[in-house]
Design a protein. Structure first.
Length: 207
């Protein structure tokens, strides 16, 4: 009996001596795994597709008898791998200031982007896209003057959902309002303006 106890004490002593080595091995393995995951994420970040939009300057020139106005922009891809489009939506509108950042503004007017391929290759040139809005009636000219005076605003909002080559879901959301500057171009009656982000942070994000 005494011999067995002595043997058990020896085993316990050996285990106590091995424990720090085992813990060090576990920590080393975990560190290696973490480093491997970081390297994978670095590769994904570098190689994955990113879709972004670039808005053209607004031109308040109607097309057709319905007084339709177009907001033109391009979809641009960055990265060395393709993007696989799963869903899109976009809308434009003339709004009073209090409606610019309303969460539900233009929800029902959202329509899919036209001419955007299902697969966007990494070497694609900027892809032209557009959305439209209209304002017709006896007060059309007056409304346009209100827009130029920054009393009413032209807004565009939309989204592009896609998957990258690593099968991860991505989304590009955009929401902008056009604002005229308080200066006039000397060679033209049109004033300078610019697109400004509006809405909530989630309305302008890339994942």
């Amino acid at each position: 009996m005494g011999g067995q106890l002595e043997a058990m004490r020896g085993q316990l002593t050996a285990m106590e001596r091995q424990t720090p080595h085992l813990e060090a091995s576990v920590l080393a393995a975990q560190s290696s795994a973490d480093a491997a995951m970081k390297n994978i994420e670095l590769v994904i970040t570098k190689e994955r597709a990113r879709l972004r939009i670039k808005l053209n300057d607004l031109k308040l020139v109607p097309e057709g008898d319905l007084e339709v106005y177009f907001i033109n922009f391009t979809v641009n891809i960055f990265g060395t791998t393709p993007a696989f489009i799963t869903d899109t939506g976009c809308a434009g509108a003339i709004l009073p200031p209090e409606a610019i950042s309303d969460a539900e503004t233009a929800d029902r007017a959202m329509v899919p982007l036209q001419g955007l391929p299902n697969v966007v290759p990494p070497d694609s040139k900027p892809i032209h896209q557009f959305t439209s809005f209209h304002y017709s009636g006896d007060g059309t000219e007056g409304m346009l003057e209100e827009v130029k005076a920054n009393n009413f605003f032209v807004m565009i909002r939309g989204f592009i959902k896609y998957k990258d080559v690593f099968d991860r879901e991505r989304e590009t959301n955009f929401r902008y309002v056009w604002k005229y500057e308080d200066v006039t171009v000397s060679t033209d009656t049109e004033r300078w303006g610019h697109w400004e982000r509006c809405g909530q942070p989630e309305d302008n994000k890339e994942t």
